[in-house]
Design a binder for this molecule. Structure first.
Ligand SMILES: *Cc1c(COP(=O)(O)O)cnc(C)c1O
Length: 504
C-alpha cells in the first residue's frame, strides 16, 4: 500500500481533507446560537491537543479523517465565537467567508507578495485596491502610495520611521549622533493613543521622555487648541516635534480626533501628521459616517486595518502615504540580490524597498476579491448597521436606571457600567471586573472591560451583523442576573464578617 507520506501531496488527498474542513466550517457558519468565549483550562486543552499528535513523531503516522475533523472542531471551539451574535467583546469581526477561501489559495500556492516576480496578482490587486480606497481618502491619485503590512502596529512603526528619517535625514546613517542637543526628536500623541504607537516610539529610539501627551476633551478627542502652547514648551526644552499621531477610532471608546483642526497646526509647523485609523478608517466607506474623518487627506500617513472593520482575516493592514516619495524614506538600503537599481516594467511593482517585511502574505487578495465580487455596499451597509446597532443600544441603555453609559458612541464601540444602587468607586470598579469574569464563565456572551480615566467599565464592540438590539437587551438581563448574584455574595460575605466581628 502506498504510504500516507506519498499521498500527503496528492490532489485526491487534498480533496478528502478539504471536504472535511469545509463541512465543519459550514456547520460553524450555520450555528447562530448565543455563545461567548469558552475559555478552556490550558491543562485540559493541552491534553486534548497532545492526544491528536501521533506516537513519537518519528515513525510514519496513520492518517485518519476523524482526527482532522477533531482538529477543526478544537480550533473553532477554543476561540472567540466571532460568528455568534453573543460575541461583542473585541475588534475581531464576524466572518465573511470569501476572503478566507481566497487566503487559502495564497497559502496553497506558496507565493508571497513584496516582489512582482513572486506576487503578480497581489501586487497588481494592491495598486487597484489602493486606487479604489483612495477615492474615499482623497489623496492626489498621482502622488499617493499604499503598502500592506502584517498589522497596524507594524504599519505605524514603518510610517513613524519614514517621518523620523524625513525630519532627521542623517539619522539612518549616523544614528543618535545625527541629533543636536537642542533638536532632540519628540512626538505628540493623544492621552488615549494605542500602545502600538508607544512601542514604535520606543523602537525608534525617541525615548518615553520625549513623548508629549496631548490633553483630550470629554469625548476623549485631542483638544487642538492645546497643541501650539505645548509645541512652544517643547521647543524651550530643546525638543523638535517631528510627528503628531492622531487617532480615527480609538480602541477604548472609538473616538475620532478632529483632523482638520489638527492638520491646521501640523501643516503650519511642518510636522508629519500620522493618523492611526486601524479601527476607524473603514468608516470612510460609509456615506453616513465619512464626515467623522474630515481632513484625513491632509495626513502624511494613514494606517487602516482591513482585518478589523473590513471583515477580512488577520492580518491585513493598509498603510497609505500622501506622498509616494516620502514612503521610500523609511528604509535606506541596498541589497543587490533583491533590489534593482533601475526598475523595469515588472520590478516597478515591487514593494520590498518600502516595506519592512520581505516574505509577506499576499493579504490584499481576499479583500480585493470581496470588493470585486460584492462591491463597496457590502462593507458600507454592514458598517452602517453595526454603528446603528451601537447607537440603538446606547439609547436603550440611557433609559435603564441601573446602568451608567460612559459616552455617546461614534462607531461600533460602547462602554457602560452596571450600577444598580449607590456604592463606592472601588466597589463599582470591582463589580464590573467581577461581571466580566462571570460573563466569561457563563459563556452566553463575550464582552471586554476597559479603564477610562481610572474608571473600570464593560465594553462592547459590535462586529457581527447577526447581533440585534434584542441580543443586547438579553445581555443586560444576563448582567443583572450575574451582577445581583455577585452583590448578594459580597453582602453575605460582609454579613458574615460583621457577625464574626460582633462575636455572634
Ligand atoms: C487594533 C489597533 C491597533 C493595532 O493594530 P494591529 O493590527 O492589531 O497591530 C492600533 N491602533 C488602534 C486604534 C487599534 O484599534
Amino acid at each position: 500500500m502506498e504510504s500516507i507520506q506519498h499521498r500527503a501531496f496528492d490532489a485526491d488527498h487534498f480533496r478528502d481533507c478539504a471536504s472535511v474542513v469545509v463541512e465543519r466550517l459550514a456547520a460553524y457558519l450555520d450555528d447562530h446560537s448565543l455563545r461567548g468565549l469558552a475559555l478552556q483550562p490550558p491543562a485540559a486543552l493541552g491534553a486534548a491537543v497532545r492526544a491528536l499528535m501521533s506516537g513519537d513523531g518519528d515513525s510514519p503516522a496513520t492518517f485518519d479523517a476523524e482526527r482532522l475533523r477533531t482538529i477543526v472542531d478544537l480550533f473553532i471551539s477554543a476561540g472567540i465565537q466571532v460568528h455568534s451574535p453573543g460575541s461583542m467583546g473585541r475588534q475581531f469581526t464576524g466572518i465573511l467567508p470569501l476572503p478566507a477561501l481566497v487566503e487559502m489559495i495564497g497559502s496553497m500556492v506558496n507565493q508571497p507578495s513584496s516582489f512582482y516576480e513572486a506576487g503578480q496578482l497581489p501586487l497588481i490587486a494592491e495598486r487597484l485596491m489602493a486606487a479604489e480606497l483612495n477615492r474615499f481618502i482623497g489623496y492626489d491619485p498621482e502622488r499617493f502610495a499604499m503598502i500592506t503590512t502584517s498589522g497596524g502596529s507594524l504599519a505605524t512603526l514603518t510610517a513613524m520611521l519614514a517621518a523620523r528619517n524625513d525630519a532627521f535625514p542623517d539619522f539612518w546613517q549616523r544614528g543618535c549622533r545625527a541629533v543636536g542637543d537642542d533638536d532632540v526628536p519628540a512626538v505628540m500623541v493623544s492621552e488615549d493613543v494605542h500602545y502600538s504607537v508607544s512601542r514604535a516610539i520606543g523602537i525608534l529610539g525617541i525615548g518615553a521622555e520625549q513623548v508629549i501627551r496631548l490633553p483630550i476633551d470629554a469625548e476623549r478627542r485631542i483638544r487642538p487648541e492645546c497643541i501650539r502652547p505645548l509645541l512652544q514648551q517643547a521647543r524651550m526644552r530643546g525638543l523638535k516635534v517631528f510627528c503628531l499621531v492622531a487617532t480615527a477610532g480609538s480602541t477604548s471608546i472609538g473616538a475620532f480626533d478632529p483632523l482638520e483642526c489638527i492638520a491646521d497646526v501640523t501643516e503650519d509647523e511642518g510636522i508629519w501628521l500620522h493618523v492611526d485609523g486601524a479601527h476607524g478608517a473603514s468608516l470612510l466607506l460609509s456615506d453616513v459616517h465619512r464626515p467623522k474623518l474630515a481632513g484625513i487627506a491632509r495626513a502624511d500617513s494613514i494606517v487602516w486595518d482591513a482585518h478589523k472593520l473590513l471583515f477580512v482575516p488577520p492580518p491585513c493592514t493598509l498603510l497609505f502615504y500622501r506622498d509616494r516619495r516620502r514612503s521610500s524614506g523609511a528604509f535606506r538600503q541596498q541589497a543587490s540580490y533583491v533590489f534593482e537599481k533601475e526598475p523595469d516594467q515588472y520590478t516597478v511593482f515591487d514593494t520590498a524597498e518600502i516595506n519592512f517585511e520581505c516574505t509577506k502574505r499576499p493579504m490584499i487578495v481576499g479583500l480585493w476579491a470581496a470588493w470585486s465580487l460584492y462591491g463597496r455596499s457590502l462593507f458600507a451597509d454592514k458598517l452602517d448597521a453595526l454603528c446603528a446597532l451601537t447607537a440603538a443600544f446606547y439609547e436603550h441603555l440611557r433609559t435603564q436606571s441601573d446602568f451608567e453609559v460612559l459616552h455617546r458612541p461614534e462607531c461600533n464601540i460602547l462602554c457602560f457600567r452596571y450600577a444598580p444602587y449607590p456604592m463606592s468607586d472601588e466597589q463599582l470598579d470591582a463589580l464590573q471586573l467581577g461581571l466580566r469574569d462571570a460573563i466569561r464563565e457563563d459563556g452566553t456572551f463575550f464582552i471586554s472591560k476597559v479603564e477610562i480615566s481610572g474608571v473600570t467599565a464593560l465594553r462592547c464592540v459590535f462586529g457581527n451583523h447577526l447581533t440585534t438590539l434584542q441580543h443586547c437587551i438579553q445581555l443586560l438581563n444576563k448582567i443583572r442576573e450575574l451582577g445581583d448574584r455577585l452583590l448578594a455574595g459580597v453582602a453575605e460575605h460582609a454579613g458574615a464578617e460583621v457577625l464574626e466581628a460582633t462575636g455572634v
